[in-house]
Design a protein. Structure first.
Length: 144
């Protein structure tokens, strides 16, 4: 289990067939840092902040659909934000890094770190899933 409480067991099912070397080979350096090492991209750097088309946002590590475009909104946080994931697509763990307690969001399929969820979002959920754009790929409806 790492310092974020992720061991591939209770919080999220990890892709046990992939080694660290496999992930490094498949992901860009930024994707690896965020998805496998719980990093955070700089705010305002993701092109997905401005993505307005209908479609689905997939985990960049394994391709699992995690957020529908209908739940995306502009939180003005600097990261793509959503008020709800696709049911069963994400898992959460407690993140005690940086001297605070937050809820970390992971892909339920591969365990890749996506971002954090906060209770300051819009209706109907009141949640703000603040997600690293580098952890996502967008598939527009015309290509799904």
């Amino acid at each position: 289990m790492d310092e974020h409480g992720v061991n591939g067991g209770t919080a999220a099912k990890t892709d046990a067939a992939k080694t660290d070397a496999d992930w490094r080979a498949e992901l860009s350096a930024d994707q690896y840092r965020v998805l496998r090492q719980h990093g955070t991209e700089r705010p305002g750097t993701s092109p997905l902040n401005n993505e307005k088309r209908t479609g689905v946002f997939d985990c960049a590590a394994c391709g699992t659909p995690v957020y529908p475009s209908e739940t995306k909104y502009d939180s003005r946080s600097g990261w793509p934000s959503f008020f709800a994931p696709i049911p069963g697509a994400v898992a959460t763990t407690v993140d005690r890094s940086l001297g605070m307690v937050r809820t970390e969001v992971h892909c339920a399929t591969c365990g890749g770190h996506l971002g954090h969820v906060f209770d300051d979002g819009p209706r109907p959920t009141g949640q703000r899933h603040c997600i690293n754009g580098v952890a996502l790929n967008f598939e527009p409806d015309d290509q799904v």
